[in-house]
Design a protein around this ligand. Structure first.
Ligand SMILES: Nc1ncnc2c1ncn2[C@@H]1O[C@H](COP(=O)(O)OP(=O)(O)OP(=O)(O)O)[C@@H](O)[C@H]1O
Length: 227
């Protein structure tokens, strides 16, 4: 049974500009709590800087909160920030294999699985070049192609697929829909209300790192709009 819960998550970023009288930390998340059960698709809304990305990073396990706990039952996959888990010095092919090995596949499985991922990315000869030489859109295609091949019970994502070119975006949108349908729990941070209302049954409205509302998606969007 897939589960995801956040208990009193607090996250502060250190600020390195030492100006007398100025704060030395930026509070990004302030005692954020919620529980999600199998089948829940959570949409996270809030203004720029509200803490959405910070929350996704904590839920994905890439950032350890200063206080509080994330409890998850199921395999978590995050589909955000192109650079996450990508080694810029390695080639596209090597990155595909490294990610598969890191996900627990054997060398033999990684070799077999890397073929359809490489084909899906349509990066062709670029796959032999270091990822640092890719355009942003190319890096995105590589990350997307890898991340969407790995099985996930809990899918954490933001809107980064929007940065691909038109042809890839259409292909990616379709794959996203399939992934969302197959995942037990989804957490999606977005500024696109239509997308949120279509996909999500639950909504979380963040303001300055605090939960202003957790409940129905439509109601979360209404309260955010009013605020
Ligand atoms: N690396 C960092 N160092 C210092 N402060 C940061 C850092 N990253 C984010 N913050 C701050 O943390 C707060 C929350 O930022 P976060 O990126 O989570 O917001 P967001 O809701 O995702 O915003 P957006 O809609 O613009 O993507 C903001 O005040 C931001 O300035």
């Amino acid at each position: 049974m897939t589960k995801l819960s956040a208990q009193d998550i607090t996250l502060k970023y250190p600020l390195f500009t030492a100006v007398r009288g100025q704060p030395t930390h930026q509070l990004a998340l302030d005692s954020v709590s919620f529980d999600l059960a199998e089948g829940d698709k959570l949409g996270v809304v809030g203004a720029n800087g509200a803490g959405k990305t910070s929350l996704l990073r904590v839920l994905s396990g890439v950032v350890i909160p200063d206080a509080g706990k994330v409890h998850s039952v199921g395999v978590v996959q995050s589909l955000m920030e192109t650079g996450l888990g990508i080694n810029g010095d390695a080639t596209g092919y090597e990155n595909i294999q490294l990610r598969l090995l890191a996900a627990g596949y054997t060398w033999k499985q990684a070799r077999e699985l890397s073929e359809p991922i490489a084909a899906y990315s349509e990066l062709d000869e670029y796959l032999e070049r270091p990822v640092d030489t890719y355009s942003r859109g190319m890096q995105l295609r590589l990350s997307f192609s890898i991340a969407t091949t790995l099985d996930a019970d809990i899918l954490i994502m933001d809107e980064w697929i929007g940065a691909g070119d038109a042809a890839f975006r259409e292909k990616a949108a379709q794959r996203m829909e399939e992934l969302v349908a197959a995942a037990g729990i989804v957490v999606l941070a977005s500024h696109n209300n239509r997308l949120l209302e279509r996909i999500c049954n639950k909504g979380l409205f963040l303001e300055k790192g605090k939960v202003r509302y957790f409940g129905d998606m439509g109601e979360a969007i209404r309260r955010y709009a009013e605020a």
